[in-house]
Write a protein that binds this ligand. Structure first.
Ligand code: FE2
Length: 380
């Protein structure tokens, strides 16, 4: 592969922003020089930002391509390719595709079936062909409040290279759904339940959690260890829940719902991850703590695009503005997620690291991605 030189760029380095150029050779970053000089054969970036490619730890964007309308299913290969292309276009160069394990199979309405093993096989098979533009890794979202978690996890093993297992518990009346009115809007809207059906749903989920929750939680923690995956907590709300997550060995916390939980994460050395849509919209769609408030209190380490891929880059730039420190804002979507998941070969513009790099022009409220390189190869 011939070298690529990105010149006359505003380089976002780990701790400073400089005008300079970047050389990419054999898949790695091999030179970082200062100055606006544009050598022959180089790409003149005209002052655009050049920064590390973004690393996304938790997106359910693929589900949207597979089931574009409720109960409307699309062929998976095309969906995976479209999802991959969408992420590349938003500057994401490494993604952990979040697949739910643990289903509810005994109900007609508000049921959700098993899909993770099949979809993981499909992602891994497409990845092998080289058809994907960006790096895809797997994240299993283990739903404790479910009927089939243990059986679904048993279908995975260390050979799958699972990067993350997150421990989710969406039992009504706690965590993300502490407020039942929020849950009512969400579940009734999504599944078209009557009020009576909704109340029945809440009672049966709570009974399920009482019966299997503790057993499922212990199994998911053990399975994460067997896979060699990083463990994440999800929607922790109280200091007690964070203490339990720490005991389980959680490395990062997905979407803690209160200041109390985020503070406890900080005390215990657990990275705090918040949703980029929450930051952009100015608050949480399920009524929990606002990401911008945690950012103000210095309690936010990582952003995730969650359900809007394009939010990741815009939100990182917003954080840079809020903190008056662009490298620090960019770190929440690059070096911090890399560190949290042990990806030591990427996440910074530094010599010898992977040439996962993006070129970005800032617009008024957003950012335009003008170039994407993955392992030195231009993919967008
Ligand atoms: Fe959640």
């Amino acid at each position: 592969m011939s070298d690529t030189i990105l010149a006359n760029a505003t380089l976002v380095l780990p701790h400073e922003v400089i005008t300079g150029s970047l050389r990419l050779s054999d898949g790695l970053i091999t030179a970082i020089d200062t100055g606006a000089h544009v050598p022959a054969g180089a790409e003149d970036c005209g002052g655009d930002l050049v920064m590390p490619g973004l690393i996304e730890l938790h997106t359910d964007n693929l589900e949207r391509h597979i089931e574009p309308r409720p109960k409307v299913h699309f062929p998976h290969v095309g969906a995976i390719l479209a999802h991959d292309g969408e992420l590349a276009s938003t500057g994401i160069t490494t993604v952990f595709d979040a697949l739910r394990v643990g289903s509810i199979v005994s109900k007609d309405k508000a049921s959700y079936g098993e899909y993770a093993r099949l979809l993981a096989d499909e992602i891994l098979a497409i990845r092998k062909t080289g058809a994907l533009r960006i790096n895809h890794l797997l994240h299993l979202r283990a739903e404790v409040c479910s009927e089939t978690l243990i059986a679904e996890l048993a279908k995975f093993g260390p050979e799958d290279g699972i990067g993350i297992v997150s421990l989710m518990d969406h039992t009504p009346g706690q965590r993300q759904f502490r407020n039942l009115d929020q849950l009512r809007n969400y579940v009734r809207g999504k599944h078209g339940l009557s009020e009576e059906e909704f109340l029945h749903h809440v009672a049966s989920q709570q009974a399920l959690s009482d019966r299997l929750g503790a057993q499922h939680e212990a199994a998911a923690v053990a399975e994460a260890r067997r896979f060699g995956a990083v463990l994440a907590s999800h929607d922790d709300t109280t200091a007690g829940q964070v203490a339990t997550s720490a005991r389980h060995g959680a490395t990062f916390a997905e979407f803690p719902t209160t200041v109390e939980a985020a503070q406890e994460c900080r005390t215990r050395g657990i990275y705090v991850m918040m949703g980029a849509p929450n930051l952009i919209r100015g608050g949480s769609h399920s009524g929990n703590v606002a990401a911008k408030d945690l950012a103000q209190m210095d309690l936010l380490d990582i952003l995730s695009s969650d359900y809007v891929p394009s939010a990741l880059l815009s939100a990182a730039l917003m954080l840079g503005d809020q903190w008056g420190d662009l490298p620090r804002g960019v770190a929440t979507v690059t070096s911090a997620p890399a560190q949290a998941t042990g990806l030591v070969d990427r996440g910074q513009l530094a010599l010898g690291l992977r040439a996962d790099v993006i070129r970005v022009a800032r617009l008024a409220q957003a950012a335009a991605v003008r170039g994407v390189w993955v392992g030195g190869r231009r993919v967008g």
